[in-house]
Design a protein around this ligand. Sequence first.
Ligand SMILES: Nc1ncnc2c1ncn2[C@@H]1O[C@H](COP(=O)(O)OP(=O)(O)OP(=O)(O)O)[C@@H](O)[C@H]1O
Length: 690
Amino acid sequence: MGSRTGRNGVDLWAEIVASEQQQEQPPNGQVIYRRRKPPAKTTPQDVPPSGRTSIAVGACLDHQPQVKQAKRKGRPPIPKGKVVEPPSFEKERAYFDEVDAFELMEESPSPKNYGTWVSANQNDTMEIPHLSSRLQKWLNCRRLNYSCGPASTLSKILGNSAMTLTPIGGDDFNPCLTPEKLSLKVNFPLHCVESTLKSSMVSGNILERDISESHELEDMASEDCEEIEFSVKKLSLASTSSLESHQSNFATLLAVCGQSVPSSFQDVFSKYCDLEKITKVGEGTFGEAFMVGNYVCKIVPIDGDFRVNGEVQKRSGELLEEVVLSRTLNCLRGRGGDGLNLCTAFIDTIDLRVCQGSYDPALIRAWQDWDEKHRSENDHPKEFPDKQCYVVFVLAHGGKDLESFVLLNFNEARTLLLQVTAALAVAEAAYEFEHRDLHWGNVLLSRSDSVTVEFNLEGKKMFVKTFGLLVSIIDFTLSRINTGDDILFLDLSSDPYLFKGPVGDKQSETYRKMKEVTEDCWEESFPRTNVLWLLYLVDILLLKKSFTWFLSTRLVYKAIKATSFLRSPCVTPLFSVGGRGGVWECNSKNKRDMRSLKKRLDEYQSAREAVLDPFFSDLFVDSIVCLSRAWVLGATRPGRLRNNPTGTTPARAGGDVTCCRSGQAGPAADGTCARKGVAGGARTPRALSF
Ligand SMILES: Nc1ncnc2c1ncn2[C@@H]1O[C@H](COP(=O)(O)OP(=O)(O)OP(=O)(O)O)[C@@H](O)[C@H]1O
């Protein structure tokens, strides 16, 4: 094999290694937060229990098969010794039964049935999901005189009356429907689910009572908020126990997933591939991600009373929000939305399922294979008991996360930023969406033949140059959205440790800045939080991605030049892929551009403003583009493009190959579509630079 030593007798590979080691040190002593650095495995005894406080319903922990230190991917560590116990529903039941009995006796118009809201069927103890908290939201909106469109009236918040009046066992909730049939209702809105649950779970007279109380409350809208709040508190809805609330959340979660009972892993996964072919592809604080056929299935354990990966398990209610949020974002793909705001940059949620049981042996085998190669930080899944429940997100494969992805050039960095910005802008416009946790583990990247990718912002089409890179945004756990019927958000004020990460660390600083912007009121819309994550991403590209690439690439090139083996005709083409895109030397101009972008981002209040920034201008394409990279490079890709270079093939959903005659490009400040200084145009295939 070729010599390791260069012409000057210098050991170039040693130089590369040394240089990269140097690069691992944060520049100027700045603390850089690493998402997941596999530590030496710890034993349970080493690690004090710790946990997430965010929206866990505090109670006691009885059963803990194993205790691991909480690993908050990309989030500040929890101080040792801090214990947040997961709920024990049994203990709460006794307490709340007592309280409910007292309060209902005092306040219920039907004191004979004080043990429950339901008069007709004593076995049905299901309360109406979320109602009191939704009333509270409405009150907050009134107080702030906050008109967030659809959620601003009480009748909206309670679900529309037509739905509420649906006869019991009405069309929307037919227990005879198979889960498959139900799951066809892709955009099943939450209020419909609630209404169907109401319909199916409570008796008619209670329903009537709810309706009349809603109307009473609406009449009171002009009264002093304090009085209304008092009235709301008087509703014994507010006294439902967390056990009941948990049951109703779980039932709602099942309904949203189109199920009447949980499935087994085998049932779900065998739809996509032979179970033996499953491999693990990643892991997060809460979930494990497996490649199942062409999809990635993220499995999140829920509702158990022991910790998983050092964290209190998420509750059905929390997952319900994430599930509805994921489903809502799917509408941006043109399935059921208004069509004015479209994009494919949020990961495609193919299916959502609730599963129950211990981990399938095929998953355990895949988990162990991954563990051998990557040393998992998560608990071994063989520990899960038979009764354990999970939510399974069946997702499109989004590629590699930004943390581990190697960017080839500055254009790739630019398109990454623009695709993220445009996606956020579209989702802001459609749903007042804020991601609120867009660290580099949640930006996935994949290489593709696409030349452009399409975004529709408020009815205006934008075609963004991809330079062969497509972005997918994942993980909506902390996100906030207004679905039109509900405002879904996580109250981060109950997670103080999120804001206690190291000073100077970009990610921790971003959480703190979000807190400043929102003043710790997480329900309201603050699109500025999206801009804060854009600023974070620019910093990451400047500090973590470009320098490493620049130095290592330079040295690799030195090695190529200097080493006879690497200069041999059969090896150099391997490097020409990077060479074609240009080595990202993050030269002083690139750096200056990024820094001025940062300055301007400081002034923007939303991604919608940021997408107009001149930094992105020449990334918009505004003319006929009908080609793929493979086509330009002369590859023999069958049929579709080679036979049809004239621009008549329809654009493919997902932005694979764009073929359009648009004359429209980036949005102008006045909301109209104007040409944004497209460099060199893109009228002929070869005019495109990449
Ligand atoms: N659709 C996907 N395509 C490819 N990889 C994925 C996908 N979804 C998740 N992954 C992989 O699994 C990892 C964990 O996923 P995710 O961040 O959604 O889990 P999480 O438990 O919510 O994480 P967090 O610790 O941020 O809360 C990701 O970092 C990624 O490597």
